[in-house]
Design a binder for this molecule. Structure first.
Ligand code: MN
Length: 736
């Protein structure tokens, strides 16, 4: 480096140091400043020959960590000094004894704790990784500040990870998501937790991160306009009460949007609570709670609240000390929006966690031992000698991430998956090729079926084989959208391939029957076999379902009177959109019984009239021979019906792929005038479905509905659900 460059760097270091003092959340005494200065000087001296991967002087890292500790977390001078020194013993010639001599026991103990954590062997074994975590927590015995500074250290490392190798980035990011983010959450450092999660996602799933990041940016303008509109409505009333307040939007983090998209299998646009509205007001301590409810009252005067979504964290704060009033209201444009009402003190606690708590309680003599009390409380919660390390991490995570699981690859890398994922989901999350070639799976070294539900902490190994390929059953085992999409497209691909072969076979076989292979004959065949498309025809020839015998029947039919029979059976085409194209079915392939046409029973066809699929029929319960099925115009029908009416059961030929099925959907929403009629109208007039049962209940302005529908298939059902969701006032629609 040139002398000028060095001088420039030194100036920058000095500037950073000054800023550190300036941004400290706590006011620093002269003695505090002296301590920090001394720590700074030693750290600069100790790291002077070290550079970070990015090329900058190493000292920038401890300063940055100290800044996070001082400003974002708001810890004391001892912590700031320890943060400046946190890598000194591990990376430089200085010993712990020297640190103790220079800075005293407290700083030395914290630095010791931090050194121990970083020197723990980064083993890939599951239990070891969890054990390390436990050890890290146990250093809390010495000083809780160890863990907080460690979190700050991790945050800065995550912020500056761009220069690292991708495999290292992924490993560190997974560890952050698995250990540090939940820990930050537990300690009440919400902002840091959110940043750790977003950065974690950025490096574990870069594309997902980028995608959501871009979409958030694109929707920013709309969001601002929305908040403005919301504010406009309540501003006058708030001002009338002479409240000092600020209204702002609080966007949901990229990580939580992604989690929601995955857990509920919805798109970005379908995540309805992408941001909350925050009202922060000033108040003296005595009126704090009263004012919160006053604001609540004003908000709900203008916007209808959802009473099931009221959270009063003021009367009973969270264990982390979080206080606020949360309410979900029907905001402008008929959209649900969460409103968080907090005083500026509550807001500080929410952002800084305990440090702010401590600051506000300092004046109170009884609460003077706040930090110790907090430490004890944390200690109690975190330390339990009866639980082994893995269980401990599991328990710990269970409460925080109940919709997500973390599993390990055989190499010890962490993967996050939605809850109730299976080995197939895991395989496809590793790589599509691995997913497609999955033959089996081992979980924690034991063979498991592909339908096995994975749990957090499982180590999953996929057994692949060149010959393995997806089959239709896989769709029952795969839950993630990614795996399902890949399986479906592979199945479709396979069907096409078989159809390709079938086409060649068919051409050959027709030639043998002296029938030309052309569009006309193919169409005739499709009609003859009651199929939908030529692809279905070729596929069935390919898998051998349409064999020589059947083709012979066709050949005969062409040359005799049966032709007229075929013509009779040509039905008007079915609307393609409503059919599941994957399904291979013959029309009228199933006989159903009963008034509701929903029972499948054992039966025999009567010899007297020989009914064939499609005929109008009825079932007759015989004494010794089960159910016999007769044509309605069977010569014996009249006699049977008049003498044994009680033994007749209705029967009907159906197309099983077109069979109606019953589905129950549940709705919740606000009990607007006309909502019920809008719902029923949407179902009965807009879409061709039957409503069997309908039941609405209304309680305190919120209604719950249960509707039993009869529909042809899932895609129609999903369409109805989508349309119902769009009705103003509807909150949730789901299948029971
Ligand atoms: Mn460090």
């Amino acid at each position: 480096m040139t002398e000028a460059a060095i001088e420039k760097e030194n100036k920058q270091i000095a500037r950073q140091y000054k800023e550190l003092l300036r941004i400290s959340y706590r006011s620093l005494s002269d003695e505090d400043k002296k301590l920090i200065r001394k720590a700074f000087d030693i750290s600069v001296e100790a790291h002077k020959d070290q550079r970070r991967k990015s090329g900058e002087a190493y000292i920038f890292h401890p300063i940055a960590v100290a800044k996070i500790v001082a400003s974002e977390i708001g810890l004391d001078a001892t912590s700031i000094a320890a943060a400046l020194l946190h890598d000194v013993v591990e990376d430089t010639k200085y010993t712990l004894e020297e640190i103790q001599e220079m800075f005293g026991e407290t700083v030395a103990k914290i630095v010791d704790g931090l050194t121990k954590i970083s020197s723990l062997k980064k083993d890939k074994d599951v239990s070891l990784q969890a054990e390390n975590f436990r050890k890290m927590l146990l250093t809390l015995n010495d000083d809780v500040r160890v863990i907080i500074i460690k979190i700050a250290d991790r945050l800065h490392n995550m912020q500056t990870m761009d220069v690292m190798r991708p495999d290292k980035q992924e490993k560190i990011a997974s560890e952050t998501l698995y250990i540090y983010a939940p820990l930050a959450h537990r300690i009440g450092l919400y902002n840091i937790k959110t940043e750790l999660e977003d950065l974690g996602l950025k490096y574990t799933e870069p594309e997902v991160y980028k995608d959501i990041h871009t979409k958030i940016k694109e929707s920013k303008e709309e969001q601002d306009a929305y908040i403005k509109e919301f504010s406009r409505v309540i501003e006058d009333s708030l001002n009338q009460e002479e409240l000092e307040y600020e209204i702002k939007g609080r966007p949901k983090s990229i990580y939580s949007i992604n989690r929601k998209m995955k857990a509920q299998n919805v798109s970005f646009d379908e995540v309805y609570d992408k941001f909350a509205i925050r009202i922060i007001y000033n108040s003296d301590p005595a009126n704090e709670k009263f004012l919160a409810w006053k604001i609540y009252s004003i908000v709900t005067d203008h916007f209808r609240p959802n009473p099931t979504r009221l959270r009063d964290w003021i009367s009973s704060p969270k264990s982390t000390g979080y206080e606020a009033l949360h309410i979900t209201v029907m905001g402008p444009k008929g959209r649900w929006v969460e409103v968080q009402i907090r005083s500026s003190r509550m807001n500080e606690i929410a952002e800084k966690g305990y440090a702010a708590h401590y600051k506000y309680k300092q004046g109170d003599v009884q609460e003077d031992h706040g930090i110790e009390e907090w430490l004890n409380k944390l200690q109690e919660a975190l330390e339990n000698p009866d639980v082994n390390a893995v269980d401990f991490v599991e328990q710990f995570k269970l409460n925080l991430y109940s919709k997500e699981i973390f599993v390990f690859t055989p190499q010890g890398d962490l993967k996050s998956l939605p809850k109730s994922s299976t080995p197939l989901d895991f395989a496809f999350s590793i790589h599509t090729e691995i997913g497609l070639k999955t033959r089996g799976a081992r979980v924690n070294n034991k063979l498991v079926p592909l339908s096995h539900e994975l749990k957090s902490g499982d180590q999953v190994e996929i057994i692949t084989s060149e010959n393995a390929k997806p089959n239709i059953n896989w769709l029952d085992y795969a839950t993630t959208a990614r795996a399902r999409a890949k399986i479906k497209s592979s199945l479709k691909e396979e069907k096409k391939e078989i159809a390709e072969e079938g086409k060649a076979i068919l051409a050959r076989k027709l030639k043998a029957q002296k029938i030309p292979f052309n569009e006309k004959s193919v169409n005739e065949l499709v009609v003859f076999f009651n199929l939908k498309t030529s692809l279905d025809l070729f596929y069935r020839v390919g898998i051998g379902k349409i064999d020589n015998q059947k083709l012979k029947e066709f050949a005969n039919s062409r040359s005799n009177a049966l032709v007229s029979y075929i013509k009779r059976k040509i039905k008007k085409p079915v609307i393609a959109e409503d059919l599941n194209k994957d399904e291979i079915t013959t029309r009228y392939d199933q006989l159903v019984f009963g008034r509701d046409e929903d029972e499948t029973l054992e039966y025999k066809l009567a010899n007297c009239c020989n009914p064939i699929p499609g005929d109008k029929v009825f079932g007759f319960v015989t004494v010794n021979d089960g159910i016999k099925v007769h044509k309605k115009d069977c010569p014996n029908a009249l006699q049977l019906q008049s003498n044994y009416a009680y033994r007749i059961i209705p029967a009907k030929w159906i197309d099983s792929s077109q069979q109606d099925f019953k589905a129950v959907i549940k709705l919740t929403g606000l009990d607007n005038v006309g909502l019920v009629s809008e719902v029923t109208q949407e179902i009965s007039s807009n879409l061709n479905v039957n409503m069997k049962k309908i039941n609405f209940e209304s309680l305190d302005g919120v209604f719950n509905g249960r509707i039993t529908l009869v529909v042809k298939n899932n895609s129609i059902l999903n369409k109805i659900i989508d349309r119902l969701k769009k009705i103003n006032g509807i909150d949730k629609v789901s299948r029971e």
